[in-house]
Design a protein around this ligand. Structure first.
Ligand SMILES: [Cu+2]
Length: 210
């Protein structure tokens, strides 16, 4: 069984740029043959989830959909073989006081491993926790509207939604990356960042440039 994590780890190292193309090709080939392809609709993805939970050692990356982020994971803009869109966070009028300097970028990658989302922000309150969700509407429509859900009306938690939780460092910078084994298509129009303590409060929103 190939180990999808290993080429990704190699890929994320900043050195050896020339080797990247080879590593990418090998990694993509390994994923396509080893995972049987998972680029179709929700039906096959549901069975992929079942397989992953039945034998977690077979493919640990499938488990990432349950998590809410890993700052050391390969960021979305560096996922081999993925289609990547990005968006710049814009401040929302609903932001709490002291959040006027928040800036940042979000990336959404879709590829052989499903969906990977990375957020990177500055101007946050040092040591504070924040939460980002994929949202279903553009920022201009009700500040992103409802949360994006793979199964509408289903669970309001991962893996049916995509959540990223992170803590701002001493300089007010926060970033993290989360994976989900399913693809969002273009239905996750935007991403919103909230204070973890006040989730109804929307600080900033980014539209993905699909
Ligand atoms: Cu949200």
């Amino acid at each position: 069984m190939p180990e999808p994590d290993r080429p990704a780890g190699v890929f994320s190292r900043p050195r050896a740029r020339l080797a990247v193309a080879c590593v990418t090709a090998v990694a993509t080939a390994a994923l396509l043959s080893g995972c049987g392809g998972d680029s179709s609709g929700n039906t096959s993805n549901a069975s992929a989830d079942a397989v992953a939970s039945a034998s977690p050692s077979a493919n640990m990356t499938e488990m990432d959909g349950m998590a809410m982020g890993d700052p050391s994971a390969t960021p979305a803009d560096k996922i081999p073989g993925a289609d990547v869109v990005k968006g710049a966070f814009r401040l929302l009028d609903t932001r709490p006081p002291g959040m006027d300097d928040v800036k940042g970028t979000a990336w959404l990658a879709q590829g052989p491993k499903g969906t990977t989302v990375t957020v990177s922000l500055t101007g946050l309150k040092p040591g504070e926790e924040y939460m980002s969700h994929l949202h279903a509407s553009p920022c201009s429509a009700d500040n992103g509207g409802e949360h994006f859900q793979f199964e509408k009306g289903g669970a309001t938690t991962p893996p049916n939604e995509v959540h990223l939780m992170f803590t701002a460092d001493k300089s007010g910078m926060g970033m993290t990356t989360v994976n989900n084994s399913r693809k969002t298509g273009k239905d996750a129009a935007a991403i919103v960042v909230h204070p973890q303590k006040a989730m109804d409060n929307r600080i900033a929103c980014a539209d993905f440039d699909f």
